[in-house]
Design a protein around this ligand. Structure first.
Ligand code: MLT
Length: 393
């Protein structure tokens, strides 16, 4: 062919971080078919959906088999019932005023975080280093230049705003993936103040808010002024075990504008063109997540993973290995012991303990020498992994 392709793809690493770790794990499994490999790598849940969610899905499936209640295309932004349910969750559970028209239901945070670039122009893009790789990759794919803001042990992996007033698109993730660090109200306020002063937009990834157990902000909109400068993107993947079921949502304040452009309307336009909505059955499952009983059951699920995190953290304490996260977060971010770099520690764990983790450098250059373990395994596997780590660390 002689067509022009998107040459910005030259700026990406050859493979996506979790494809690379999965490929190395597959190779190891093929070469060692008798070994039991335990994954504490990609943040994929292992526990079944909550009973209340299953009941709602079953009911919705039945409806789809009856002429009178069958549904075709779902509305692009979500059925009214789910947009209302999520807005009520913000109002009643997070103490933040959000209206149903500000909620856009999608198939997960990853898609919305990747697609949001469609409505943004060529701005300075501020991305923490290290962080969830989707922010960086989706900006590189459309030719944006990215400015990194370093997260490190000195700033507790919570970088603060720069000393300038350049209008920027700023990505923040709290509780953070991969470090587990969580911004305080004061920390987020500093970012919101900076965004307002400089005319910037904050894209706030709150995918792990349901892991917060201390008095820390669950939503950027808990900060005064955030409705003038922020979009929030969340997912039911980690809150309710929807990694395979797929549902998330993006909140764009009704008045969020830059000049004559209203971002809520632009996103609505973008979704109407490129998205056909989340399946009805899944939206009913999502609705059940936010019911009183659903929230209770999902909290138990999250507590289960937090307990796993505690088991891993206790082992690291015992070994005197530096780490952050593991509370208010399913991720534990540790300093590779004995001078290992991130990828050689990955190989070491795989070869010596048959454990898959995620190399810190995969989340950005500042992650070199660090490593991420997740608490999303089963209890049985987490206990076995801890025992194996105890032997080799
Ligand atoms: C992770 O392991 O960082 C997450 O599972 C990735 C994701 O949510 O897409």
């Amino acid at each position: 062919m002689k067509i022009k392709v998107n040459e910005n793809f030259d700026n990406l690493k050859p493979s996506y971080l979790f494809s690379e770790t999965a490929q190395r794990a597959r190779k190891y499994r093929a070469e060692h078919p008798d070994q039991k490999v335990i994954s504490l790598g990609i943040g994929d849940v292992t526990q079944p959906l909550a009973p209340t969610v299953i009941k709602a899905m079953q009911k919705a499936v039945q409806e789809m088999g009856v002429k009178e209640t069958f549904r075709g295309y779902a509305p692009e932004y979500g059925y009214d019932f789910i947009r209302e349910t999520i807005a009520n969750y913000y109002v009643n559970n997070l103490g933040v005023k959000v209206t149903p028209q500000e909620v856009f239901v999608g198939d997960g945070a990853k898609s919305d975080l990747g697609n949001i670039v469609d409505i943004l122009g060529d701005n300075r893009i501020l991305i923490p280093n290290p962080v969830y790789p989707v922010y960086m990759d989706s900006n590189l794919m459309c030719g944006r230049k990215v400015t990194l803001i370093e997260a490190n042990a000195e700033n507790d992996f919570l970088p603060m705003p720069p000393n300038d007033d350049i209008p920027s698109v700023i990505y923040l993730c709290s509780p953070n993936n991969p470090t587990g660090a969580v911004y305080t109200k004061e920390g987020l306020k500093a970012w919101v103040d900076y965004a307002i002063k400089s005319g910037s937009l904050i894209i706030f990834d709150s995918a792990y808010e349901s892991y917060i157990r201390e008095d820390l902000p669950h939503s950027i909109f808990a900060i005064e002024g955030a409705k003038q400068c922020a979009i929030e993107i969340n997912s039911l993947s980690k809150m309710a075990g929807f990694t395979g079921t797929r549902m998330g949502y993006t909140v764009i304040p009704a008045d969020l504008s830059s000049g004559k452009y209203n971002l809520n309307k632009m996103w609505a336009r973008r979704q109407a063109t490129k998205f056909n909505g989340v399946p009805y059955v899944v939206q009913r499952a999502g609705e059940a997540v936010f019911s009183e009983q659903g929230l209770k059951e999902c909290k138990e699920l999250v507590n289960y993973y937090l307990e796993n995190a505690k088991l891993i953290a206790e082992l690291l304490d015992k070994k005197g290995i530096w780490y952050t996260g593991g509370v208010n977060s399913p991720y534990i971010w540790l300093k590779c012991p004995n001078g290992f770099d991130s990828w050689s520690f990955f190989d070491y764990l795989l070869e010596k303990a048959q454990i898959i983790g995620t190399p810190g450098v995969g989340f950005g250059t500042a992650g070199e020498g660090y490593f991420r373990l997740t608490s999303f395994g089963s209890r049985e596997n987490t206990l076995e992994a801890v025992e194996r780590l105890d032997k080799i660390l």
